[in-house]
Design a protein around this ligand. Structure first.
Ligand code: UD1
Length: 338
């Protein structure tokens, strides 16, 4: 297939482009480079050995995006574009609602204009809300739109709803919604990876900066949760496995049964903060200093998925383990990206 990847220069978009090429698909990459660098696209080109058509376009800009749709014939869109900093979304909610919802609507309206029916959306486990009981499966629909803890998460749930309503109104429209758990790690080439601006909000990129001496220590947010060692438990998934999940999910477009497909992309295994710190020390050979501090607002004790539906229906499952995740993260942080 030929696929327009919106937000293709970002962390998950860039890894997905690599895996799409690996399976013989081709890509048109669109990104406004707000939270990504052109060098990521160049590095993807190095990995896949092909030139990738790239447009520096903001997906909220309908005129400019229409020009891309006019020029490039595609069979499907994958939507990675969108702001994703949870804390910032609480402070500046309108920025998140405007950008995330507007860009999604613009893309979906242009699909209508250009007779494109296939879309895939990068959603998040955050849509299950803070009261979801792990392991979570996709049928926990009742939990959707309940207890979502931040505007970023609300935009994910709203875009899911927009896709469902559109699919209900249009039998040709096919939407695949992928709910990610905690994507971490980097490509084995160390040419692409996670490169957050400023102080990382998420655990793995923070540990990476401590291990490489760029930050003095990690704050562990609470050690009195109801978990094995008291620290938060999450379902970390290697970004390369996650990227492959998107490629596997393209088969939904050939299915005739329904026109909305929802999958959890996770490993089904829970890892605590301290387990991840230990695994990182082992994989990197570096000390990761930490201090136990108070809980972070909005955090839950454990969040991990039942990954069975993706395995049964897509034939996809995560293969890489925590050691692979830590090693690739360290290699990238410690001199990759060139
Ligand atoms: C967060 C978002 C989620 C988003 C995901 C993207 C919240 C409440 N949730 O998930 O919506 O989809 O990122 O990957 O922000 N931790 C520390 N010290 C740190 C950072 C984190 O101890 O400096 C702990 C947290 O308390 C948690 C675990 O590490 O137990 C994972 O945190 P994080 O990487 O931020 O991911 P989530 O909070 O699960």
């Amino acid at each position: 297939m030929r696929i327009l990847v919106a937000g293709g220069a970002g962390y998950i978009g860039s890894h997905t482009i690599v895996e799409l090429y690996a399976k013989g698909h081709t890509v048109v990459c669109v990104d406004n480079l707000y939270n990504a660098k052109l060098s990521a696209v160049k590095n993807v080109e190095k990995i896949v050995g092909k030139k990738i058509p790239f447009y520096k376009v903001d997906c909220c800009d309908k005129k400019k995006l229409r020009a891309v749709f006019k020029k490039e014939k595609v069979d499907a869109i994958i939507m990675f574009q969108g702001y994703k900093a949870v804390g910032e979304s609480v402070k500046i909610p309108l920025k998140y609602y405007r950008n995330n919802i507007d860009s999604a609507l613009t893309i979906i309206e242009l699909m209508d204009e250009f007779n494109i029916h296939n879309i895939m959306f990068s959603s998040s486990a955050t849509v299950y809300g803070k009261n979801a009981k792990s392991p979570i499966d996709e049928n926990d629909e009742a939990l959707r739109l309940n207890d979502i803890t931040n505007p970023y998460g609300e935009t994910k749930a709203m875009i899911e709803k927009i896709l469902m309503d559109k699919a209900n109104s249009d039998s040709k429209f096919k939407a695949v919604i992928l709910r990610y758990f905690n994507p971490v790690g980097a490509h084995e080439s160390a040419l692409i990876g996670e490169d957050p601006n400023g102080l990382p909000n998420n655990l793995m990129p923070y540990i990476a900066k401590v291990a490489t001496g760029k930050l003095p220590f990690l704050n562990v947010y609470g050690n009195n949760y109801k978990t094995k060692d008291g620290t938060g438990v999450r379902d970390y998934i290697h970004v390369v496995d996650l990227a492959k999940g998107h490629v596997s999910a393209l088969k939904c477009y050939k299915e005739k049964k329904k026109n909305i497909y929802i999958y959890n992309l996770g490993t089904g295994r829970g890892t605590s903060v301290l387990e991840l710190v230990n695994a990182y020390e082992k994989a990197s050979g570096k000390k990761v200093k930490y201090k136990i501090v108070g809980r972070r607002a909005g955090d839950v004790d454990k969040l991990y998925c039942k990954p069975k539906k993706a395995k049964t229906e897509l034939g996809w499952e995560a293969k890489l383990n925590i050691e692979n995740m830590c090693k690739s993260s360290y290699n990238y942080e410690n001199g990759g990206r060139r």
